[in-house]
Design a protein around this ligand. Structure first.
Ligand code: UFG
Length: 330
């Protein structure tokens, strides 16, 4: 099966490319390397050869050439900006890349009859849910441009599928991905990443001398934000399950991808100290704009309708794998 993967040199994309290659798929990766790195995925050529093209989705003519050259059977679309706070400071950057460029890609997908589309969406489309686990049919009410940029792209897919019965999509709404591949081959490379687990491991490895908790006055058990942290390999395997789901001829679907367990920022930091044995400096600072208090997935639908079976549902193990990676890339 020939698959186009956009953003395949990035953190999540590279883990999915690895699993696709291990399954024997033919993979064409495009990435503008703004956050990803070719070096990161070069080693995957040892599993199976794949084509890599340095391309920005804005380069529509070049993108169309690819659709003419290859007969893709499916598209897995990762390429996007993902930082909530940055989206509040530079919203148009997010709408251009995450929304306009996605529309261009979907347009080409429809034009060239690529009828299976897997889209990386986010828990940020839910905004500030009332409480408890979030189901896929919960109200979409994003509170930052990042979430809105993704929500609009979801609608492009939903409307296209309503008008074209051949076209099928799976939208995966990611919760908080963390960790690194268990064989130590891949991980979060981008040094300026803003994610909590990455920052904690950078602090443990002394790349930072301290870290901050962004707000401890949220309406949660200990005042810090709660998130559902999922290991990157389990998130990656959800894409392969989504592909099998679409290959079985099933209808378009939206799935949450998380474990359904919430941990506060303080709990994550405590766990990071525990598994590393390092007591690092932590400060309380102001809230970060755009952060909802609590996001925890209900992923029952994904577990029931696909063959997805998560393997690494353990916060300590997630942090340990991230730390091992951070030590490796010193
Ligand atoms: N946090 C800190 N200190 C830090 C970094 C983060 O206190 O140094 C806090 C944040 O304020 C937030 C929590 O840790 O409360 C998690 O923050 P991350 O930056 O790790 O992740 P986000 O929840 O902001 O966003 C991530 C992805 C989004 C996705 C979202 C889904 O970046 O793409 O998870 O829950 F939408």
């Amino acid at each position: 099966m020939k698959i186009l993967v956009t953003g395949g040199a990035g953190y999540i994309g590279s883990h999915v490319v690895k699993q696709l290659l291990e399954k024997g798929c033919e993979v064409v990766v495009i990435d503008n390397l703004s956050k990803g790195s070719f070096k990161a995925i070069e080693s995957l050529k040892g599993i199976k050869k794949f084509e890599f093209i340095n391309l920005d989705l804005e380069e529509i003519t070049k993108l169309e050439e690819l659709f003419k050259k290859h007969k893709f059977e499916a598209i897995i679309h990762f390429a996007a900006f993902i930082e909530v706070f940055e989206s509040t400071q530079n919203p148009l950057k997010y709408y251009l890349n995450n929304t306009t460029n996605t529309l261009n890609l979907i347009t080409l997908s429809a034009k060239y009859g690529v009828n299976k589309f897997i889209f990386s969406s986010t828990a940020a489309v839910y905004g500030e849910p009332d409480s408890g686990e979030i189901k896929e049919d919960s109200l979409l009410n994003p509170i930052n441009p990042y979430g809105r940029s993704k929500m609009m792209s979801e609608w492009f897919l939903r409307d296209l599928a309503s008008s074209d019965e051949e076209f099928k999509f799976v939208i995966l709404r990611y919760f908080n991905v963390a960790g690194a591949s268990m064989d130590g081959l891949l991980g979060q490379n981008y040094p300026n990443a803003t994610h909590l687990v990455k920052i904690a491991t950078q602090t443990i490895t002394k790349k930072r001398d301290k870290m901050s908790i962004f707000g401890d006055d949220y309406p949660t058990k200990d005042g810090t934000c709660i998130r559902d942290y999922i290991h990157v390999e389990d998130l990656a395997s959800a894409h392969l399950s989504a592909l099998e789901y679409l290959n079985s001829g099933a209808k378009s679907e939206i799935f949450n991808v998380g474990y359904g367990k919430g941990f506060s920022v303080k709990e994550v930091i405590e766990k990071a100290k525990e598994v590393s044995g390092v007591d690092f400096k932590v400060e309380i600072s102001d809230r970060r704009e755009g952060d909802p208090a609590c996001l925890v997935a209900n992923s029952t639908k994904l577990r029931n309708l696909t063959n997805w079976t998560p393997k690494y549902d353990d916060l300590g193990l997630i942090i340990k794998s991230a730390l091992k990676w951070e030590e490796k890339i010193k």
